[in-house]
Design a protein around this ligand. Structure first.
Ligand code: NAP
Length: 459
């Protein structure tokens, strides 16, 4: 029998998830010296995961990564299978039976919870819902956001919180020619929000924004950043953190806060307040959110491991709209061990483990492996590392039997009446979105449901 990875017996690898981690895993496999066939599965008919439905519509440069992914997809050894849910349409054990290895790159699809009273009151939302809604993700198109109050509160000070706040802060003219979903543009056009509070549980030296994202708040058409200079006082540990060269990014962020705190009041219609050392302890309201209770915190611990501790002193803020933007977490897939505490698949060097023991043939890459941190490019090195481990395991992956790969899964899908979408199909949907956007001078008008996307293929 020919060697696994030779032209006669290519290595068949299934990848689950078509975001950055999935495409970079495919790239690493296709660039290896072996003959490899990749089947890349995606739950939606549209590929690209968070690059399509997470990256903010007013950050088109970040979406340039799609060009790289589309080139990867042109390879004859690559097959995209969209509109297929692993664990439902095809089981993990069926992927194992048809491929030599399975790489999970399915990201972190849900949000962490605050665990406070009132968290689920109407008017309190996760960042995921809002981001998915304005980006036209089919799962969130039907969400309703009531922007008729004057004050919105965002909990968390990471880049997702920056995206959510900026979309609320921007004028419609600043968003009109982006690929924002039309339904969101209409609701944002009627927004009455005037004050946006972005609340961090720790101090200004620990905010997780990148300076590029924070700087944008100083350049908005109709919203001014506001920081209370008193809140910028640093304890010695935070001073030590900012003096350390590892904190160059945090230092730039802190300097921006200082600059914002010195700005004279602007005549702009909206204000975005960055506030620190406060944790929500309850959302109050009878039928919907009316107020948020914030406990003031102090920091304790050594530099770089300072944690927020409640002081017992609380303030209340009137608000009808709260977004929790405190980080994402992964969700389980039947047939794969899951670390519920961390919201990831347990791994050692990208190999999935069960109670510490490696499960042969199962791998993970991206957020489902390391948790929801880093930018798009971070996933390239992460996926390469996982694929390096997979290729080291080549001998162990060869069970001797031939694997049917993409063709075998397609046969299963056809038997089950599952309509899968290939990459040429996606390109037709893509082209149709671009054409829909043209009259509005938008890069595209996204289809926001699977039904609409499939209808393009039937037309
Ligand atoms: P993140 O950067 O981890 O920020 C989460 C924020 O929530 C932190 O401020 C964190 O504070 C806070 N938090 C966590 N638990 C909390 C709690 N129980 N109560 C109050 N606050 C809490 O996560 P993210 O904003 O979701 O972003 C995820 C990743 O995507 C990041 O690496 C981010 O840079 C990246 N991203 C990048 C871009 C871009 O490049 N433009 C855009 C969006 C996202 P602590 O620091 O105290 O934990």
């Amino acid at each position: 029998m020919a060697q696994l990875g030779s032209e006669q017996r290519p290595l068949a690898v299934a990848i689950v998830g078509s975001g950055p981690a999935g495409f970079y895993a495919a790239e690493a496999l296709l660039k290896s010296e072996l003959a490899v066939k990749v089947s890349l599965f995606e739950r939606l008919p549209a590929p690209y995961g968070l690059v399509r439905s997470g990256v903010a519509p007013d950050h088109p440069k970040l979406k340039q990564a799609i060009k790289v992914y589309a080139r990867i997809a042109e390879s004859d050894d690559f097959h995209f299978l969209g509109n297929v849910t692993i664990g439902r349409d095809v089981l993990v054990e069926e992927l194992q039976a048809t491929h030599h290895a399975v790489v999970f790159a399915c990201g972190a699809q849900t949000d962490r919870r605050l665990g406070i009273p009132g968290e689920d009151l109407p008017g309190s939302h996760t960042a995921t819902e809002f981001v998915g809604w304005y980006n036209g993700h089919p799962d969130y198109r039907a969400r309703r956001f009531d922007l008729s109050c004057e004050t919105a509160v965002i909990i968390g000070q990471g880049n997702v919180a920056a995206d959510v706040s900026r979309i609320l802060a921007k004028s419609v003219d600043e968003l009109r020619h982006t690929d924002i979903a039309q339904h969101a543009l209409e609701v944002l056009a009627a927004s009455k929000i005037r004050d946006i509070y972005v609340i961090g549980r720790r101090g200004p030296a620990q905010a997780k924004f990148t300076s590029k994202e924070l700087k944008e708040f100083g350049e908005l058409q109709d919203c001014a950043p506001v920081v209370d200079a008193e809140e910028l006082a640093l304890n010695p540990e935070s001073e030590a953190e900012l003096a350390d060269k590892r904190s160059a990014g945090n230092k730039k962020v802190y300097e921006l806060f200082v600059a914002y705190s010195k700005r004279a009041a602007s005549g702009k219609a909206r204000r975005c307040h960055f506030s620190f050392l406060k944790s929500p302890t309850a959302l109050l309201g009878r039928e919907r959110v009316a107020r948020i209770v914030l406990e003031k915190n102090r920091l304790a611990g050594a530099a770089f491991s300072q944690a927020a501790h409640g002081s017992g002193e609380s303030i209340e803020l009137e608000t009808g709209l709260v977004f929790r933007s405190i980080g994402y977490q992964g969700v389980p897939i039947a047939g794969v061990p899951f670390d519920a505490g961390r919201g990831v698949f347990p791994t050692v060097d990208g190999r999935i483990t069960d109670e510490g023991a490696v499960i042969p043939g199962l791998y993970a890459a991206g957020w489902i492996k390391r948790g929801p941190t880093g930018i798009i490019g971070t996933n390239r090195a992460d996926s390469r590392a996982t694929i390096a481990a997979l290729l080291q395991d080549l001998a162990a992956l060869d069970g001797g039997a031939d694997k049917g790969g993409t063709a075998a899964v397609c046969q299963l899908l056809q038997q089950r009446g599952v309509r899968y979408v290939g990459f040429p199909d996606w390109k037709r949907i893509d082209q149709s979105e671009i054409e829909r956007g043209r009259p509005k001078a938008k890069p595209r008008e996204k289809y926001t449901s699977t039904r609409e996307m499939l209808a393009v293929l039937d037309a």
